[in-house]
Design a protein. Sequence first.
Length: 329
Amino acid sequence: MPATFSVSDAVELAVVERSGFIESRHAGSAIVLAPDGDVVRTLGDVRSPVLPRSSMKPFQAVAVMTSQVTLRGEDAAIATASHSGTAAHVALVRGILGRAGVPETALGCPTAMPLDRVARDQVVRSDGRPERVYMTCSGKHAAMLAACRANDWPLEGYLEVEHPLQKRILDVLERFTGERPAATAIDGCGAPVHAVTLTALARGIQKITTAAPSSPFALYREAAALTEAVREHPWAIAGPGRPDTVAIERLGVFAKFGAEGIMVMTAPNGTTTALKVLDGSQRASTVIAARLLADAGALEHSAIDRVQAELDLWVMGGDEPVGEIRATV
């Protein structure tokens, strides 16, 4: 059975410290690429496949944007988002569907309540119920359906691996990563997700996030547009107080988490990291990525100290912080 790297091939990436006692440790693997693409640092096994989960969304979004669907600004950001379901997020999703002439019922993602507490409370107070449009991946699904409509591909079955849309996404992923996936699985939202190495994931994300808007190739022009959209509208890619949004707003990076401990991040100068926390925990992945970029000279450590406070990584003892979750890379 295909699998990612083992415990023996991982290294410590972060710890949980309580009152001076190391209570827990997060192990995993990571890679850092210089702006020119050279490997400047590896930790653990970066050659075994991982499932990128939502960190694959930038490739999916570019595939849509090069399939006769024009997405710019907030619309592009929501297409690659793991959003929290605020009213503003939902409005963007419905806007993409509406302009494409696709009914909301065509969404293939599961029903859900908003992740954002305020938005969820509003739904409850109005006697609302879980809907597909609230699901964190609904922006990606709306963009996928828009591509189907634009290309006369069937809406039904758009999540099947053999559907023309999914074949297009796989092609884009392989072009950017330079690697054929080791396995294909079904993500939590119902879409295919392809296993690639952390090295390939980092290379692919770096190509997207450093693409030139003046490139003669549409693939790279659209990648540049997507990157600009995320950096200009960080609220859309996640939501208030969520780690990706905080990192983008405070550090100027491109950041995209994936479930089960995946994180990709590119600094303004192009330095890029990709990592997986092996136990699947997401709580430390943002600060680990940021520290790796700072160690590579791409970010200021003092700026990450400030961001760490905003990420609420304190370990509480009663009403007082008695420790923190911190990167050890």
